[in-house]
Design a protein around this ligand. Structure first.
Ligand code: AMP
Length: 213
């Protein structure tokens, strides 16, 4: 099972990917998670990536493609994978096509659609815990005490990439650079469009139905 999840920031790609890996027994490959880990470790790649991520911009294609190429050669990808957040540009999709020539074609491209204003509300309300990384939401999952994590008592903060100006920028990037991928893949007959505005369960159900899982 080789699949890609495409959707704007905050559409729930990561959450849905995590649900699918249990069901499908293939790894989730999230470039966003990989770069966040590199930033956390302070590695040279992380330092380079941080500037782009904080501004809501894409990391240059050559860097991202190199990281994904290396990851896809790992033994756990033999049975397949769920790519979450890659490809994000046509250039990345073309590089992925070259890799797939060697390892076999994609089965599904799942596109999770959510309107921009809905996403802005979802993302600007997120408050992440400095201690345990748990994510509260000021409207949908408010902490009992303002600014304090219910799970561990840590301090809650708003991530740079959850500020409204950054999110609007990321949405512009998505519409300009990533959504053209839907047309790129539609000729192959593997695009499955999902309404991402429902509950986590509802969206998971739609994806499962669309991919016959
Ligand atoms: P995500 O968690 O997928 O929203 O990714 C967070 C940030 O990491 C993005 O806003 C980009 O700066 C960077 N990033 C993740 N994946 C890619 C990619 N495929 N191409 C370029 N930049 C990426």
């Amino acid at each position: 099972m080789k699949m890609i999840l495409i959707g704007p920031p905050g559409a729930g790609k990561g959450t849905q990917a995590k649900r699918l890996i249990d069901r499908l027994q293939v790894p989730q490959i999230s470039t966003g998670d990989m770069f966040r880990a590199a930033v956390g470790q302070g590695s040279p790649m992380g330092l380079k990536a941080k500037g782009y991520m904080d501004k809501g911009q894409l990391i240059p294609d050559d860097v991202v493609i190199g990281v994904v190429k290396e990851r896809l050669t790992k033994p756990d990808c033999k049975k397949g994978f769920i790519l979450d957040g890659f490809p994000r540009t046509i250039e990345q999709a073309k590089a992925l096509d070259k890799i797939l020539d060697e390892i076999g074609a994609l089965d599904h491209v799942v596109v999770i659609g959510v309107p921009d204003d809905y996403l802005v509300e979802r993302l600007t309300g997120r408050r992440t815990c400095k201690g345990c990384n748990y994510m509260h939401h000021i409207k949908f999952d408010p902490p009992k005490k303002d600014g304090v994590c219910d799970k561990c008592g840590g301090i809650l903060y708003q991530r740079d990439d959850d500020q409204e100006v950054t999110i609007r920028g990321r949405l512009t990037t998505y519409h300009g650079q990533t959504s053209p991928l839907i047309d790129y893949y539609s000729g192959k007959g593997i695009v499955r469009k999902i309404d991402g505005t429902g509950s986590m369960e509802a969206v998971a159900g739609s994806i499962a139905k669309a991919i016959g899982a």
